[in-house]
Design a binder for this molecule. Structure first.
Ligand SMILES: [Mg+2]
Length: 189
């Protein structure tokens, strides 16, 4: 029997989508392209106010990304095994569980890995990819994508936003989850 294809999925920006992120995108794009700043040191909110603001920014309006239906089908037909990975910081976990319950997606995932020790996101994700031996990993943060590509054999699918797509025209990526899943489906035929 052939081994089931394991797909790891990032939560924010891949499984869930926050329309307000579009506002942040040009700033990140500017920093990266013009100032040549790489964002591999992530800000960790420590005090109550920072955590409050962070929570409002993250939780305000996150909705399921287009492609969740296809994910459901692929899992049901046993084409893939889905694993959720989130580097969200500790204090956001409760919201994550609530969200997964609300949209009835918790049971889609064989495992849910949460960044309980508040590690840097790219390091945490690398650890989980290795732990479960994913065949594919879907991620929206380009800095994380580049880091993981360098350090793993896993195929990384990048979900871009419009600004990133404009700045990095030659880089292969997907507009949203459904496109990435369709591509994985084609690879596995
Ligand atoms: Mg993300």
């Amino acid at each position: 029997m052939s081994r089931v294809t394991k797909v790891g999925l990032d939560f924010d920006g891949v499984v869930a989508y926050n329309p307000f992120r579009v506002i942040r995108a040009p700033i990140t794009g500017f920093k990266r392209k013009i100032l040549k700043k790489r964002g591999l040191k992530f800000f960790i909110p420590h005090n109550r106010w920072q955590q409050f603001l962070w929570r409002v920014l993250h939780e305000s309006s996150i909705v399921p990304a287009p492609g969740l239906q296809l994910l459901r089908e692929m899992v049901k037909e046993r084409k893939i095994e889905a694993h959720l990975v989130t580097a969200r910081f500790n204090f956001l976990n409760q919201n994550l569980e609530r969200w997964l319950g609300k949209f009835r997606v918790r049971d889609l995932f064989t495992t849910v890995s949460v960044n309980n020790k508040n590690q840097q996101p790219h390091l945490f994700k690398q650890e989980i990819i290795k732990k479960y031996k994913f065949d594919y990993y879907i991620e929206d943060n380009l800095d994380v994508v580049e880091y993981l590509e360098k350090n793993n054999r896993v195929k990384i699918c990048w979900i871009y936003n419009l600004v990133d797509k404009f700045l990095y025209r030659n880089r292969a990526g997907f507009g949203y989850l459904k496109k990435a899943l369709q591509w994985i489906q084609d690879q596995e035929k």
